[in-house]
Design a protein around this ligand. Sequence first.
Ligand code: SAM
Length: 264
Amino acid sequence: MTDHPELDSGKPTIARAYDALLGGKDDFAADRALADHAIQHIPGLRESAVENRRVLVRGVRYLARETGMDQFLDLGSGLPTMENTHQVAQRENPDARVVYVDIDPLVSVHGRALLAENGGTRVTVGDVRDPAAVLAAPAVDGFLDFSRPAVVMLVGMLHYLSPDVADGVVAAYRDVLAPGSHLFITSLVDTGLPQQRELARITRENLEEGWARTPAEIEHHFGDFELVEPGVTYTALWRPDTPIDPENLAPGEQLGMAGMARKP
Ligand code: SAM
């Protein structure tokens, strides 16, 4: 990709390394080197990233189609890729509103282009760990109406929240939501497999944050919300389009879990 003066291309970022994993174009040599290093150590890592995108699509489609959700706050949204939240949601409901929030400045470069073509979508650079600032951002406040049901997404994002801040951060987003709202989480999981902890370690070492959580720890972040079937489960098993044998998961299908819950 071409250089942007405000970006440090020599140091990998989470968003760009993830883009490299997905085979995208918005990454630099340092991001690709990290992605290659991680792929060599973690069997199925690339497939796991693709699987995470797939469950994002299924989750947003379920929310827009089955529950009538029409407002989405996509936290840690990443760089645009094949099927993004606004495309999935607005295919079901052209009036659906989506706000993308990400800490990576490259996301805002893309956001400017996106804004020009889509009135129902906003992009803002922000740190998810500062919920007050995110919720007060002009792209969020006044564009999403939190007196009505809305969706908060922490898809592929929870594992970048360190254990000392995660509880308070996720609770702050849960608290602002109206009854009938939904929280949608996917996360690196720790079910005792060494590659899960190894991925967390590589991520922490190179990208500062990276935490694998047990299924119970992931579930804990839904607070008193009611889990949507099938609960917190490996991403491939979360409402799959075609049946999956839970006894026969590939290595890449055992790195992440997904869950969704509704505020009573
Ligand atoms: N949500 C997308 C998905 O699931 O495909 C992207 C996931 S990507 C693995 C994680 C994203 O979270 C990256 O784009 C990264 O920049 C962003 N991120 C990490 N920590 C963040 C923070 N504290 N605030 C905002 N964004 C953050």
